[in-house]
Design a binder for this molecule. Structure first.
Ligand SMILES: *Cc1c(COP(=O)(O)O)cnc(C)c1O
Length: 381
């Protein structure tokens, strides 16, 4: 129950365990092409250009920055936690002048403040973290896309903790890059960096005056590969992570089989049920209210009388694996529980029971059944 890597479905694991195929084998070419087509469906971006390369989510972030930023471009980072700060570092490394607007812990940056900043300077690009995995705060992606279009700024959505878990309509919402990695709501083991770029983002890249500063991330190297596999032909730049691509084909297939609206609805219900259970145990959440709360993970504060190391030890004994805090200023005071992908009702129940028992073991009295009943009430609706 950590916010990535998450549990994988059986057909995904089976694909991981197959003998590796040649990256030029006809059935592998088909798998790769299927992945690229399914990415456009899952991202809801029929006219976008997908990129699928070996690497982690951080590489996907860097790929967008490396290809869209040139020396001295201005970039605006809307930060709701740890991963916003990471994006500012990446953009600076690629030569951008970065302004970071940081929300107070558990809150989002006010639209009026973003708008004032966009009017004040000639920004080329704006990034935002859809769900910041360090705080469980969710940003309104549709309104960020609209802001970008209004001010003619490229928008980059870090969706590593949201793609395939929270609703994203990339094309309709006018977002230029939506990026993620395989190990979070996609439900595949770690190792794949994924993004879909809008026609406008591709135009911006094509009209660059200077070369991309990263050899591995350069779309000049990867675009012919993506185009070839889409056309059913082999191509080579760097050896694809063949087993991960085969696993991704199964994973994306499962997502589309479930149906995107159904999947988003299920995540919403799981998220709501889990938060209600935490409140029933007396815990309060980092996100200030329900409108800025993610459904892919929960981030409750521990009670003041419970220490994180003691609590995590008790969770280990309860055999429920969750994550500790990540945001430096409150790291030792909260926990993070992922509920993305193929999480079942019983997984949520067991996690709540585990948390209640661990609290009791840390001499903080709670009633396990209050949590379980809170989940049940929502799940039965
Ligand atoms: C996990 C995560 C990342 C980084 O992904 P890695 O695969 O660990 O490199 C970036 N942004 C968000 C929102 C994440 O949750």
């Amino acid at each position: 129950m950590i916010p990535g890597p998450i549990e994988c479905e059986t057909d995904v694991l089976k694909a991981m365990g197959e003998p590796p195929k040649s990256h030029t084998a006809p059935d592998f070419i088909k798998s790769f092409g299927n992945c690229l087509n399914m990415m456009k469906e899952v991202w809801m971006c029929p006219s976008g250009q997908p990129f699928l390369v070996a690497g982690t989510g951080t590489l996907a972030m860097e790929m967008a920055a490396a290809n869209l930023i040139e020396e001295n471009d201005k970039a605006l980072v809307i930060s709701t936690g740890y991963f916003g700060r990471r994006y500012a570092d990446i953009l600076e490394r690629h030569g951008a002048h970065v302004t970071i607007l940081e929300a107070p812990v558990g809150e989002v940056v006010e639209t009026a403040d973003i708008e004032a900043e966009l009017q004040h300077k000639d920004y080329k690009l704006m990034t935002f973290t859809h769900v910041d995995t360090s705080t469980a705060v969710m940003v309104d992606a549709a309104s960020m896309g609209a802001l970008g279009r209004k001010h003619n700024v490229l928008t980059v959505l870090d969706g590593v903790c949201s793609v395939a878990g929270e609703e994203i309509r990339q094309e309709e919402w006018g977002i230029d890059v939506v990026l993620t990695a395989s190990q979070k709501a996609i439900g595949v083991p770690p190792g794949l960096a994924m993004l879909v770029a809008s026609p406008k983002a591709m135009e911006t890249w094509k009209s660059r005056k200077t070369p991309v500063r990263s050899y591995y991330a350069d779309w000049d190297n990867w675009l012919p590969i993506m185009e070839a596999y889409t056309a059913g032909k082999p191509a080579y730049f760097g050896t694809p992570a063949v087993n991960l691509v085969m696993a991704l084909e199964a994973g994306l297939g499962n997502i589309l089989k479930e149906g995107l609206p159904e999947r988003f609805e299920r995540h919403k219900k799981n998220g709501k049920a889990f938060r209600e259970a935490m409140r029933a145990l007396g815990l309060s959440m980092i996100p200030k209210n329900e409108t800025v709360t993610a459904n892919t993970l929960s981030a409750p504060y521990l009670p003041d009388d419970v220490s994180l190391p003691d609590f995590m030890k008790a969770m280990g004994e309860a055999e429920v694996i969750i994550a500790g805090g990540l945001l430096p200023e409150i790291k030792g005071r909260y926990i993070r529980i992922g509920h993305m992908g193929c999480v079942a009702h019983t997984d949520l129940m067991n996690a709540v029971r585990g948390i209640a028992r661990a609290l009791n073991q840390c001499a903080h009295k709670t009633n396990e059944d209050d949590g379980v009943l809170a989940i049940d009430k929502i799940m039965r609706k």
